[in-house]
Design a protein around this ligand. Sequence first.
Ligand SMILES: NC(=O)c1ccc[n+]([C@@H]2O[C@H](COP(=O)([O-])OP(=O)(O)OC[C@H]3O[C@@H](n4cnc5c(N)ncnc54)[C@H](O)[C@@H]3O)[C@@H](O)[C@H]2O)c1
Length: 371
Amino acid sequence: MSSSKLVMKFLSQKDMIAAGVTDMERCIDAMDEAFTLAGKGDYVMGGSTRNSHGQRIWFPKEPKFEGMPKGGPDQRFMSLPGYLGGRFKVCGNKWYGSNVNNPKNHGLPRSILMMTLNDAETARPLAIMEANVLSGMRTGAVVGLSARYLAREDSETLGVIAAGPISKFCTTAIVKALPSLKKVVVFDINDDAARKFCDDMSEKLNIDVSTVSNFEDAVKGQDVITSAISGNHTPLFEDKLLKEGSLLTMPGRANVENSYLRDAYIVPDCWEMQKTYKIEGLMLPEDERSIPHLQVHNMVDSGEIKESDLNDLGKIAAGIASIDKASSKKRYFISNGMILQDIAWAMTMYENAVKNGLGQDLVMWDEPYLV
Ligand SMILES: NC(=O)c1ccc[n+]([C@@H]2O[C@H](COP(=O)([O-])OP(=O)(O)OC[C@H]3O[C@@H](n4cnc5c(N)ncnc54)[C@H](O)[C@@H]3O)[C@@H](O)[C@H]2O)c1
């Protein structure tokens, strides 16, 4: 019989970096594994549909109690539980809070994240880890994975909307996934953030990175476009700005035109999760509803788009579905993030930490109380 003593690892940001959390090539490969398992169905996420993105704490817009935070764009707490199968066979939960004013008012990142891993059979906690870098990496790596499977192989230019941390992770991943890329342009409403993005990315990625002064110039004629703005603005990517065969790969919110959606390949991260977002969203009061990609849902409901034409990235990774990469059809990847991504990269970090003796051991108990 195994010991009932319960010891888990705590991995700080320093430990995570030592364990290799910033290795983008490996992270893209881990996302490939996670999406392949998702495509085959070897996973469980939370909620009644087993496909919920997670459970959110929405603060009221006008709190009635002193000290209760006020609701607003990108102001939330969120818990994302799930199980990932394959070689992982582990459960995990990511718990984070987000406040868009953190960088300006407190010198803190917009969101602050922690990740827990548990043995899927016994529930024994394996590790608690800092997850800001982990989460940013997995968000970027999925965008890189979308470029691997969806972008034309002759793609040379990348347009980036917003110069925040998520865009930096996405840019790193797209550049790693597409060796043909030659030029990156970035637009941010904050000039200093755009300039810093250029300095950081050109040094890190050894590629030509420059700023542009408006949204249109960052989008028009680019082979690949990514956007990760925060706050309450949702940019419209007009069909006329988008080049034939281009990839719009979106970790952040975006509006596109119906004509674009009728003609493009639409590739969700997980359509069943997107459907659950809608079910859960409809339970909120109308003025607080925010259902990602409602336009795609509406066009599916009206029959303008066939649901069977939506192919999850996981199905493409698993070889169950495919797109013609050489075609001139535009491609639209929509990502809201799945806990399966965090679990795959967290488990890889935990295994590296154990192998290399990283992190602190935390003793939860020597003997469980009253057992
Ligand atoms: N899909 C996923 O898995 C996933 C994961 C994490 C974060 N996100 C989303 O990514 C977004 C960005 O995250 P972050 O941590 O980088 O945020 P951040 O607030 O640190 O940075 C966002 C940047 O967007 C810029 N910006 C705001 N409005 C703009 C506009 N209209 N045009 C151009 N630039 C604009 C800001 O100046 C800032 O530089 C968030 O909305 C978040 O919800 C998605």
